[in-house]
Every structure is written in structure tokens, then in C-alpha cells.
Design a protein around this ligand. Structure first.
Ligand SMILES: CC(C)(COP(=O)(O)OP(=O)(O)OC[C@H]1O[C@@H](n2cnc3c(N)ncnc32)[C@H](O)[C@@H]1OP(=O)(O)O)[C@@H](O)C(=O)NCCC(=O)NCCS
Length: 149
């Protein structure tokens, strides 16, 4: 994204918080306040998609910010907020099966692998390497207490 594209995206996310009560945060590095990525929750509503409707957890970080635990830290904060302040019951996340880094975040924060929900991305042609997706879920009822702080 260009700087302008990022600004538009973040501004739109602010408005989303106003209308939904939760959303996608901009993530700043504490030491220098650099914008390094985003993480948070949003409604996924596609009746004809294999996952249907759910609350989706999403994250994306600048390449130079990978490998330092920032996505895990941000995701934990987003889940605690979603379960505690917003009272969400279930949060779902998914990734192409080849995207091991994103699955690493899901595993580190304690999401449950859900092979029964895995799907093939309908928008991609059969055989495309990004088509097979794996799914993880987290339930408020069983979310580890120490992560809710
Ligand atoms: C998905 C994505 C956010 C994961 O980033 P990441 O840097 O791998 O994840 P984290 O920030 O949690 O960092 C974990 C790594 O930091 C290390 N780490 C260092 N300090 C850490 C700490 N305090 N806590 C946790 N991990 C720490 C971990 O050991 C791990 O190292 P590894 O890369 O050797 O496995 C990143 O790859 C990305 O932005 N990808 C492009 C967008 C994308 O794919 N989004 C998801 C679409 S489904």
C-alpha cells in the first residue's frame, strides 16, 4: 500500500469501530511509534462462502516487523477486547494452508485448529496454491484466562 492508501484504510477502520464497536486497529511500535501493521476483528458476511457469517480475526504487518512477536501481541489484545469488552462468543481465523506464519499466530494465541471447517477458496481456480484454506476458532467460554488480561 502507498502511504495514502494506508491512511484511507485506517480512516475507514476508525469509522468501522464507531458503527460495530470493534474493528481493525493500526499497530504502532511503542519505541518509535512507527506504523508497522494492523490487527483486529471484523464481521465476515458472505452467505455463499463456505464459512458463511462469522467474526473474523485479521492481521498484516510490514515485512521488516515480522519475526518479533508483534502480530501475536496485537492478536492477543484484539481477542481479549473482543471477548471481554464486546462479549463476542466465537472468533474465527483462516489462512491459505501454505501461509504458515499466519497459522503460527493462530497457534501461539491458543486458537483451536478446525479441520472440519477447512475450505477451498471459491474465488481461486482449482489447483491454485492459495486455494486450500485452514480454519481456526476461539471461544470465549474456553479462552485461556491469562490471555484475557
Ligand atoms: C501473518 C504475519 C502477521 C505473521 O507475522 P510473524 O512475524 O510471523 O508473527 P509474530 O509477530 O507473531 O512473530 C512470531 C515470530 O516472532 C518470534 N518472537 C520473538 N519475540 C516474540 C515474542 N515476544 N512473542 C512471540 N513471538 C516472538 C517468534 O519466535 C516467531 O519467530 P519465527 O518467525 O522464527 O517463527 C505476517 O507474516 C504477515 O503480515 N504476512 C502477510 C499478511 C498475511 O499473511 N496475513 C494473514 C492472511 S491469512
Amino acid at each position: 500500500m502507498t502511504r495514502q492508501d494506508s491512511l484511507v484504510y485506517l480512516t475507514r477502520n476508525d469509522a468501522y469501530f464507531d458503527s460495530h464497536g470493534f474493528g481493525i486497529w493500526a499497530v504502532e511500535r511503542k519505541e518509535d511509534r512507527a506504523l508497522i501493521g494492523f490487527a483486529g476483528l471484523r464481521k465476515f458476511e458472505r452467505p455463499r462462502h463456505p464459512l458463511g457469517s462469522c467474526i473474523e480475526a485479521a492481521w498484516r504487518f510490514a515485512r521488516e516487523a515480522w519475526g518479533q512477536g508483534y502480530a501475536t501481541e496485537a492478536a492477543r489484545a484484539a481477542f481479549a477486547d473482543g471477548f471481554n469488552r464486546c462479549g463476542l462468543a466465537t472468533i474465527t481465523s483462516w489462512a491459505p494452508s501454505v501461509n504458515l506464519r499466519s497459522q503460527g499466530v493462530m497457534r501461539r494465541i491458543g486458537m483451536r485448529r478446525r479441520p472440519d471447517r477447512d475450505f477451498e477458496a471459491p474465488a481461486l481456480p482449482v489447483g491454485h496454491h492459495l486455494r486450500p484454506h485452514v480454519v481456526f476458532t476461539a471461544e470465549r467460554a474456553t479462552w485461556p484466562e491469562q490471555l484475557n488480561e
